[in-house]
Design a protein around this ligand. Structure first.
Ligand SMILES: [Zn+2]
Length: 993
């Protein structure tokens, strides 16, 4: 037989596109359209419905950036359409090349009840099936003219990312606004042909099945009368029944499709727009669930559910009803899909506490799957936190974005830093926006690394971020590949049902130990410094607010601000969303975040002040409160004393220029360039800075990544570097040394002081660079193969060398409060109050191997925020020569939680609510129980990676000790004499006597 395969395939493409698809809506009449443009921010639904609209015609421009326009569409259904299915086709001017990220609408009935969303690939609204003919149709559309920020070409700087700079020129032209007959048979034929055509393209060209599909498609096309598609579609479908009913082979890959819409809680739109995006998508999905009995939809991020409940009660009622059917499923059990590298220990825990609690309180659903498809890497502390929250599984696909190495598993056990193992799945479909195309399904099967041992994978299916979620077309395609020869077999399932099957079929999956490092988006540890600082500061203040409010409640009976703390925690957790804390959102989002963090700080300081005043009593002596877990200057952690230790530092001129700072622990030499040329540990008798080198060195690199400006730093940035060694001023400033430099359009002022064994460095930068990366370097006379970075409830080791591509790819990594390097017996810590990015390299010179640790201060990408990080910044770092990991942990807390002097009664001594007799055991939270019982909750962990035995001594009468999970639910009997595994995390509930 002659090979005519290409000819038939090309015929299918053209006939489908130009003849069959247009016949889905064979007859139409135009709708009358009128519009009212809301003058500013979005208005309540009632106001939008009540406004007086002006007529507008298709083709007319509408929609200032970030505006809201209320369209009213009306028509009379033609009498001759009686008995047929009729839909409104509402094209707001969509660019169908992008499923989301642009204009969107929510359709309402005249009574204000929502119908469904309007999205680029979801423009229909069912009017009646069947219609009577002659009835009036009236619908309202709340349309958002959100600008396209990430367009073609991508990553171009734009002023559209903030309403304050976006201007008012209309962005859209109204498209087709019609009432149309829907021909179900033609639509089904389109689905048949798309599924078979896409499957065909994935099959081997020399395989029998491919040719059987080709011949069936050819017969179907022959059966279509191109002048009467509607009259011949049924006959064409009949030609396809045979190939569509041939079952999947027994070894076919099994895909659990989970309806999904990945909605970034803020990104290329502000938070307020996400509230509406979620409402539109939830309206779509509740409507689709009613139409499609097999369909299952999962929605993550309790915050998004809470927004619907608060802002769109009608949509919420539909969601509640759908959840009761078991097919609209809360996923993930987190407050938002947060970043997991940067959130601190307690914040990471509270993501699960607040997320899970919302779903338990609202629906009685306690889900066990962490759902983080899009998060930029996963810290090694996460498995223990997931388990401590009562969950046990994780889903993400983001590691498939890694630029260098291919992850070896799709289903595996992920072992965290304490040894906790979590059953983990990476969907091999490599997307969280699966559209059920043949290409995606075939890719999932081919790509699946665990073939032979396992057969199940998950496919999050639906358009996210304003795409409206799963479409009826995706559901129709899934139905056809449920059991189809040549295709993976697809079933709609909940995440829990998928995981149950995956676990059952794979009892001994491979194990991956340590962090899941994303080899991409490394600059998200640095971009938008103020957002990061706001997060770190808020986390510290939340710790203090809970600690002092609980202490005041127990000691003085002061009321505990339950609701205020709950609200402030949720605000901070929201801002840990994986495009806010990482700094990858538009200017508007970060502008608002800065203001929000200021308000959060103000409120938390208010709580702290009130509690400390209550505890300190009346008087005129200074009482010093220590919010850190360890004793400082004689003040116990979590307590207060009327005295504070005396510190001294001698500052003197240095031979050869510059100054020397010295106390009983440390002697630091700062040369005439303002660089630290010596930091001598007087206790150990050891120098920190390698001979001939200098620490506290600011280094400036060009930084223009190939893509994803705010997200990425590409390794070639290191090829070019300018050392900022010229100083405008080096002078004594009180007990410290002040250094001022200028470079480019920017200036830096640093103040170096000693505090015990710490060299504190306060760096103030007035930053006006573009596409540059500013690092602060500390060459250390330490030979280290690996170094430690603090993570949640512990620390992670990474190599200082680049032996393999896996190690080389970690050229920028995350720390919390410290980074630590050591040789046996002596180490150095670098401590920070707000920065997260760092790099560590090794150098071999005349004096042996040394280690250079650099913290990342500032970047200046121009997309998506063209003004990223411009202006004044303030960072606090400290170098701690001679530090063990334990010292690094302690100094990290000290730098992040400064002492608070309060004027109070002379005799005031506040005893801590809890004392621990082993410094390795660190208390991370002291608070009153969220249930309002007045019980005290204490959370602590082993912080050094070793074994610890400790006795906890409560500073109040305790009736009973109960061990709990993170949600403060009992897990067993508790004890105050604990024996902890490395990094083990424990939560105790202390019932007061
Ligand atoms: Zn995302």
């Amino acid at each position: 037989m002659h090979d005519d395969r290409n000819l038939v395939e090309a015929r299918l493409k053209r006939v489908l596109e130009e003849r069959i698809r247009p016949a889905v809506h064979p007859e139409s009449v135009p709708l009358d359209v009128a519009v009212w443009h809301a003058p500013g921010e979005p208005v309540p639904v009632a106001e939008g419905l009540a406004a007086t609209p002006e007529p507008i015609a298709p083709g007319a421009a509408w929609g200032a950036p970030w505006g809201t326009s209320w369209f009213t569409v009306t028509a009379t259904v033609p009498a001759e359409w009686a008995g047929r299915t009729v839909e409104a086709l509402l094209d707001l001017g969509f660019d169908a090349n992008m499923p989301g990220f642009q204009s969107e609408g929510l359709v309402y009935r005249p009574d204000g009840s929502p119908v469904k969303g309007l999205n680029p690939l979801n423009q229909w609204v069912r009017v009646g099936s069947p219609v009577e003919g002659g009835e009036r149709v009236r619908l309202h559309v709340e349309a958002a003219s959100n600008p396209v920020i990430l367009g073609v070409p991508p990553f171009q700087p734009t002023q559209l990312g903030d309403k304050e700079t976006a201007g008012t020129a209309p962005l859209y032209r109204l498209g087709r606004m019609d009432l149309a007959v829907f021909d179900e048979t033609v639509w089904q034929l389109v689905m048949d042909l798309e599924v078979l055509g896409e499957l065909m393209a994935e099959l081997p060209a020399d395989g029998t099945r491919r040719w059987e599909l080709l011949r069936a498609v050819e017969r179907a096309l022959d059966a279509v009368d191109l002048q009467d598609v509607n009259g011949t579609a049924a006959a064409a479908r009949a030609e396809l029944t045979g190939v569509l009913s041939s079952p999947a082979v027994p070894s076919a890959h099994r895909i659990s499709a989970v309806g999904h819409a990945h909605i970034d809680s803020a990104w290329l739109w502000p938070l307020r727009e996400t509230v509406r995006k979620v409402a539109r998508t939830a309206s779509n999905m509740t409507a689709l669930l009613e139409d499609e009995p097999d369909f299952v939809f999962a929605m993550s991020q309790a915050q998004q559910w809470a927004w619907i409940k608060e802002h769109r009660p009608e949509v919420w009622a539909r969601v509640v009803k759908a959840v009761a059917t078991g097919r609209f499923v809360p996923a993930g059990g987190m407050w938002v899909e947060s970043d997991t590298n940067m959130p601190g220990s307690e914040a990471m825990a509270r993501q699960f506490v607040h997320g899970k609690r919302f779903f338990i309180d609202e629906f009685g659903i306690d889900n066990e799957e962490a759902w983080l498809p899009d998060t930029f890497g996963f810290a090694a502390g996460l498995p223990q936190i997931i388990r401590a929250a009562g969950s046990k599984r994780l889903l993400t696909q983001k590691i498939s974005w890694s630029q260098t190495n291919t992850f070896p598993h799709h289903t595996f056990l992920w072992e965290g830093l304490d040894g906790t193992r979590i059953f983990t799945h990476f969907p091999p479909v490599d997307t969280y926006n699966c559209s059920m195309s043949g290409r995606e399904l075939a890719h999932a099967e081919r790509n699946f690394k665990d073939k032979g041992a396992a057969r199940h994978s998950l496919a999050p299916t639906g358009w996210g971020d304003g795409g409206g979620g799963t479409t009826r077309e995706m559901v129709a395609k899934a139905a056809r590949v449920r059991d189809l020869e040549g295709s993976p077999a697809v079933t709609w399932e909940t995440p829990a049902d998928f995981f149950a099957k995956a676990e059952a079929e794979y009892p001994n999956p491979p194990v991956w130990v340590g962090e899941l490092y994303l080899e991409l988006h490394r600059a998200t540890l640095t971009s938008q410094a103020k957002t990061k600082q706001g997060n770190r500061r808020s986390e510290s203040l939340l710790r203090e607010a809970e600690l002092w409010a609980a202490t005041a409640a127990v000691r003085t009976g002061a009321p505990y601000p339950y609701e205020q703390l709950d609200r402030l925690w949720k605000t901070v957790l929201l801002h840990q969303f994986h495009d806010i804390l990482p700094g990858s959102s538009i200017a508007w989002v970060h502008r608002e975040a800065r203001r929000t963090y200021e308000r959060v700080a103000e409120e938390l300081n208010g709580i702290i002040d009130a509690a400390q005043r209550a505890l300190a009593g009346d008087g005129d002596r200074t009482v010093v409160f220590n919010g850190a877990p360890h004793t400082r200057h004689g003040v116990p952690g979590g307590g207060a004393r009327a005295v504070s230790g005396v510190r001294w530092t001698e500052a003197r001129d240095r031979d050869g220029g510059g100054f020397v700072l010295e106390n009983d622990l440390l002697r630091v030499e700062i040369d005439a360039r303002g660089l630290v040329v010596s930091a001598y540990d007087l206790t150990a008798g050891r120098e920190t800075v390698p001979p001939g080198q200098a620490a506290n060195l600011l280094q400036l690199h060009p930084d223009f990544p190939n893509k994803w400006d705010a997200w990425d730093v590409d390794e070639f940035y290191r090829n070019t570097v300018t050392d900022l060694t010229e100083a405008d001023e080096v002078s004594l400033d009180g007990g410290g040394v002040r250094v001022r430099r200028s470079f480019g359009s920017s200036t830096v002022t640093q103040v170096l002081t000693l505090d015990g064994g710490r060299l504190d460095i306060l760096t103030e930068v007035d930053w006006h660079e573009t596409e540059k990366f500013l690092k602060l370097a500390f060459p250390l006379d330490v030979r280290a193969d690996r170094y430690a970075s603090e993570s949640q409830y512990g620390h992670t080791f990474r190599a200082t060398h680049t032996n393999t591509s896996w190690e080389a790819a970690k050229f920028e990594a995350c720390n919390h409060r410290f980074v630590h390097v050591e040789e046996p017996g002596w180490g150095v810590a670098l401590v920070t109050d707000s920065t997260y990015g760092h790099d560590v390299t090794r150098t071999v010179g005349d004096s042996g191997t040394t280690t250079t640790l650099r913290v990342s201060l500032l970047r200046a990408p121009r997309f998506p925020d063209p003004e990223t990080d411009q202006g004044a910044h303030r960072f606090r770092h400290a170098l701690v020569p001679g530090a063990t990991i334990g010292d690094a942990v302690r100094e990290g807390y000290f730098v992040n939680l400064p002492e608070r002097p309060v004027t109070g009664a002379g005799a005031a001594e506040v005893e801590p609510l809890i004392m621990v007799d082993d410094d390795a055991v660190v208390v991370t939270a002291v608070k009153l129980a969220d249930d309002g019982s007045g019980d005290v909750i204490v959370r602590f962990h082993e912080s050094r990676g070793g074994r610890a035995r400790a006795t906890l001594t409560p500073g109040f009468p305790v009736a009973e000790v109960v061990a709990t999970d993170l949600l403060e639910r009992p897990t067993g009997e508790g004890t105050l004499s604990v024996s902890l595994r490395p990094f083990e995390l424990v939560t105790l509930r202390l019932k007061r006597a």
